[in-house]
Design a protein around this ligand. Structure first.
Ligand code: NAD
Length: 495
């Protein structure tokens, strides 16, 4: 199938290469797509460059750009079930979860449509009547948008919607494992009248086309969501041309429970925090940090309930969660657990891939590793699987407890998200301030709204998506000084 969309046309790869996309729940091929190479990447860059430099999109009035985004949202509402099915076939995630993603994606398109229309620029009062000084925003230019496999269309929407709202052109490189919903989006943009060359799609391996896209002098910005190691290499390859870089990387997110928390809610949400989507969520609450006095009560109950979680394919209505994305990723999670046990962690449940009818898919059970501490690698590295590590804190005063909890919660080179559970509002606010993570939930886990910024501190990334900052990532700021009564500067001697 011709899955490359370049300059308004669907094309096969110049090499003729293809890739089979398999459903992780069954291992069966769901579609065969074109595998882009360097020549295809260069063609996509050229199309996006021309569309930016001489096409109509960058100067299309904002209300028209916003209207197109709204039509995409409406279309997604209408085709919700089918697009969610494509997403579930590629990722293996439950269809009901993909349906929720579709609603989030439509909200993201509407958010950026509204935001772009409300942007006004700024007028500076210089105090000089003949001078007009104003600050305006303009599109950055040609953007390369690189996305991961865990929320394929959602992560794409966080980039495509603001990029288009601001008037940029782009090349989208989705994960090679999950291209189908990116293809749906390109078709939708084409049918809704986006000019040729504004949106381009290259499906295929990041190692193959990535450096061509990120090094090019014709590309003005790279926005990447994915793993830390890939993010570092993208930042290095973008450095040669000093292009703008936005990075949304991994996380190793602390979920802190104090003894004064609402225990039922804290335990229930601790399960969702880590086991939702089998832990393949960048903000997963993978580190449970629990006050020592309630350790047994909390961990015993989490273990009991983790054992009840039923694994199954996207359309198995009895399943609570699905497979990991691939055999390769499953092997990585197994290795991570084996190393944790070697380092002294205690396995409380899970830890072994299931057999029977699940053996054809890449399933891994909810796993709890108890008695962990900051000296162990499993506490610091991202497993990106359904693996919860447990650490404890204690103190003889309230201050000591908070100091200990904050120190452990911040003992990570990541800084994406975290949560604190306590019924003491003052403690909740103090902890939220001390925890160095881009999102802090108090007595909750996972919810987000497109109006609020999302992104990481430390090595979880650079920049923010969503909110207002998520649009500004895709805009240049320009100061225009207009002297309406030109006069000589009279600085240098005339004779
Ligand atoms: P990954 O880094 O392996 O791949 C991400 C994308 O980068 C893919 O499209 C891949 O093809 C491409 N890529 C690979 N090598 C490249 C290169 N050299 N140059 C350019 N592109 C290249 O990540 P993944 O396994 O797809 O996704 C999982 C990771 O994503 C996890 O670490 C997770 O935490 C992170 N993530 C972060 C967020 C966030 O908001 N911070 C959201 C979702 C996922």
């Amino acid at each position: 199938m011709s899955s490359l969309y370049i300059n308004g046309s669907w094309k096969p790869a110049a090499s003729g290469n293809t890739r089979d996309i398999t459903c992780p729940a069954t291992g069966e091929t769901v579609i065969t797509v074109s595998e882009a190479g360097k020549d295809d990447a260069l063609a996509a860059i050229s199309a996006a460059r021309t569309a930016f430099d001489s096409g109509p999109w960058p100067t299309t009035p904002t209300p028209e750009r916003a209207a197109l985004l709204r039509r995409i949202a409406d279309r997604l509402d209408a085709e919700r079930d089918e697009v969610a099915r494509l997403e579930s076939l590629d990722t293996g995630k439950r269809h009901v979860e993909s349906l929720i993603d579709m609603d989030d994606i439509a909200s993201v398109f509407r958010h950026f449509a509204d935001l772009a229309q409300s942007e006004a620029g700024r007028v500076i009062d210089t105090g000089m009547p003949t001078i007009s000084s104003r600050v305006v925003t303009e599109p950055v230019g040609v953007c390369v948008l690189i996305t991961p496999w865990n929320f394929p269309l959602l992560q794409t929407a966080w980039k495509v919607a603001p990029a288009l709202a601001a008037g940029n052109t782009f090349i989208l490189k989705p994960s090679e494992l999950t291209p189908q919903t990116a293809m749906w989006l390109m078709k939708a943009l084409e049918e809704e009248g986006l000019p040729a060359g504004v949106a381009n799609l290259v499906t295929g391996s990041g190692a193959e086309v990535g450096p061509t896209l990120t090094e090019s002098a014709d590309v003005d910005m790279v926005s990447f969501t994915g793993g830390l190691v890939t993010g570092r290499s993208i930042m290095a390859s973008a450095a040669g041309t000093v292009k703008r870089v936005a990075l949304e990387l991994g996380g190793k997110n602390p979920n802190v429970i104090f003894a004064d928390a609402n225990m039922e809610a804290a335990i229930d949400n601790a399960l969702t925090a880590i086991f939702l989507d089998s832990g393949q969520v960048c903000s997963a609450g993978a580190r449970l940090i629990v006050e020592e006095s309630i350790h047994d009560e909390v961990v015993d109950e989490i273990v009991r309930r983790a054992k009840l979680i039923r694994l199954g394919g996207p359309f198995d209505e009895k399943a609570n969660t699905g497979p990991l994305i691939s055999e390769e990723h499953l092997a990585k999670v197994e290795k991570y657990v084996a190393e944790a046990l070697e380092d002294g962690a205690k396995l409380r449940c899970g830890g072994e891939r299931p057999g029977g009818e699940l053996a054809a898919g890449s399933y891994y059970p909810p796993t709890v590793l108890d008695e962990c501490d900051g000296s162990m690698r499993c506490v610091h590295d991202e497993s990106f699987g359904p693996v919860l590590t447990v650490e404890t804190f204690s103190g003889s005063t309230d201050d000591e407890k908070e100091d200990a909890a904050a120190r452990i919660a911040n003992d990570t080179y990541y800084g994406l998200a975290g949560a604190v559970w306590t019924e003491n509002a003052g403690r909740a606010e103090r902890m939220a301030k001390r925890m160095r993570h881009g999102t802090i939930w108090i007595n909750d886990y996972h919810p987000y709204v497109p109006q609020a910024e999302w992104g990481g501190m430390k090595q979880s990334g650079i920049g923010r998506e969503l909110g207002e900052a998520g649009l500004h990532e895709y805009q240049e700021t320009k100061h225009i000084w207009h002297n309406t009564a030109p006069a000589e500067a009279d600085w240098f001697p005339k004779n």
